[in-house]
Ligand binder design. Sequence first.
Ligand code: PLP
Length: 371
Amino acid sequence: MKVQFNDLFNQYLLNKKNYDDAIFSVIQEGAFIGGKFASKFEREYEKHYGIKNCIGVGNGTDAIYIVLKMLGIKEGDEVITTAHSWISTSEAISQVGATPVFVDVDQYFTIDVAQIESKITQKTKAIIPVHLYGQPADIEEIMRISKLYNLFVIEDCAQAHYSEINNKRVGTFGNAATFSFYPGKNLGAYGDAGAIITNDDELAKKCRMYANHGALKKHQHAIEGINSRLDGIQAAILSEKLNFIDQWTDERINIAKIYTDNLSDCEFVQTPLVRKNCKHVYHLYVILAKKRDQLKEFLENKGIECAIHYPKALPLLEAYNYVKSVNSEYRNASNNQEMILSLPIYPEMDKIMVKYVSDSIIEFYKLDESK
Ligand SMILES: Cc1ncc(COP(=O)(O)O)c(C=O)c1O
């Protein structure tokens, strides 16, 4: 059986007419960059999040960069973030001239809050927790620490659309939150797209201005900015997909539950642990697997696509040789990089496929034991 890691074409076919109509409308109205469809999506996203401002931008990386820049974070400053994420998180910190300070992860693959305070210095200006794989970081504790030390908090929600802690959406705790709508995300466009959300009107205004060449009105450039705008076609697709996001999230949670049930007796695999009172939205279903590389190869030979998010912890990447880092400081992140394996998960995934993947994992370890 062939099991793709994701199946965006099938998702498109299931609602083809609506997506085609959405694209047609944008072309018909010539609202390609910013404009009517971008504003419509921004207002809808604000409403869904119960937040005052949503600013559509070019992608999730720019979203982090723009917020950091508009918070005044600059050369000589330090920003604390997790050792385990996609490079965008730390890249944006370096882009504004600041230094990323990495903290190891907890058992939930998110920043270990117990280690944050030991990394705070006079230069620390902000914390960027990442709600990785769709699971909330311990954002309540992060907010407590940030208040104590007067630090900004920017929540990286690129993988955590509609994820919650104590019935409150992640992205609504910090000074601002950033989203990616990269096609494979839980809410994905048909190209690059991103957004910033915040209740801080002044910050929102600055971000909107900076993302649009420093102008809120055409040709009125108050500052020099960048070009990072949400385009109309992506916005129209996102508005259409917002109609399905709750249903899709439930389906992801359902699939995750089947995996977890099926693999619960397999002593060679650790299924994802879920933090108390959290809604994990399973952008990725990541197991810790013994003999991970052999298992991955076995599954691939059976037609099952898997992935590794991410093969190296951030501080151990060549790009961060300049940041002093000792492996033992990131014990969990560096141990995890040998064992993490992302299994296929997407709302349209057939339950027979989920069983096939789980059975194949169990089969691998049975064969391995009998060798
Ligand atoms: C945790 C995290 N942060 C930031 C980003 C950046 O988003 P984008 O690819 O839209 O720039 C991603 C996207 O992969 C991500 O997974």
